[in-house]
Design a protein around this ligand. Structure first.
Ligand SMILES: C[S@@+](CC[C@H](N)C(=O)[O-])C[C@H]1O[C@@H](n2cnc3c(N)ncnc32)[C@H](O)[C@@H]1O
Length: 207
């Protein structure tokens, strides 16, 4: 990601222009955790913003090591202001420019509204980076925002957030991940009902 795009996220946080910031964790994530139980091991949450999802995972998995990261220093500073709830921490990082100290370090990656804000030209890179963070056999729990825009409301550039179809997801993730489970969540933030898809993906062992 170039400096201009980094600065844009930082400016949005500094100016308080954050329509995605709801003050609580993503309902589909909570729904999935209620169904399946806590995550375990080392967990990474890219593009975590204020870290509500990070803390929701940490609260249910007291022994898990949950790391949230974001390109915006202001978002990470705000995330760190919340009372510690478990074994969670936050870092300023650019997913598209990761240093290799994080490679093959995590058992789980949790995606929620990071993939959708990257311009489509960066999507293959996203898949490669997230796969590189995971250990062999690692799991990606993803809440994909399929249809962010109502008819007639999509900006000329298409986003962000940029929508995606299940077929596009198959094509993008297929070479690195196998789909283990797919759920249409029953719960959502207001305005997102019926627009999201949960997928649990396992990293191919060969990667
Ligand atoms: C729509 S917000 C969602 C934040 C958080 N997931 C939430 O739901 O509250 C997208 C987030 O991705 C972060 N982001 C964008 N590009 C990124 C990148 N290349 N690496 C890390 N974070 C990035 C932004 O700073 C922003 O916090």
């Amino acid at each position: 990601m170039d400096n201009h795009e980094c600065d844009e996220w930082e400016q949005l946080y500094r100016s308080g222009d954050m329509p995605w910031e709801k003050g609580y964790a993503a309902p589909p994530l909570l729904e999935w955790l209620d169904l399946h139980g806590p995550l375990t091991g080392d967990i990474i949450v890219p593009g975590c913003g204020y870290g509500h999802d990070v803390r929701a995972i940490a609260a249910r998995s007291r022994n898990a090591n949950v790391v949230g990261f974001d390109i915006s220093p202001t978002a990470i500073a705000e995330a760190r202001r919340f009372p510690k709830i478990g074994n969670e921490s936050y870092q300023v990082r650019d997913l598209l420019d990761l240093s290799n100290d994080l490679y093959s370090t995590f058992d789980w990656a949790v995606e929620h509204t990071c993939f959708c804000v990257l311009s489509p030209e960066h999507r293959c890179d996203y898949v490669t980076r997230v796969a590189s963070l995971l250990r062999s056999d690692g799991l990606l729990l993803a809440i994909f925002f399929l249809y962010p825009w109502d008819p007639g409301e999509m900006p000329e550039a298409g986003g962000p957030p940029f929508g995606v179809t299940p077929d596009e997801l198959n094509r993008l993730f297929g070479s690195r991940f196998q789909v283990i489970e797919e759920i249409h969540p029953k719960t959502a933030y207001p305005g997102r009902q019926g627009k999201e898809l949960i997928r649990l993906l396992r990293k191919h062992q060969t990667v």
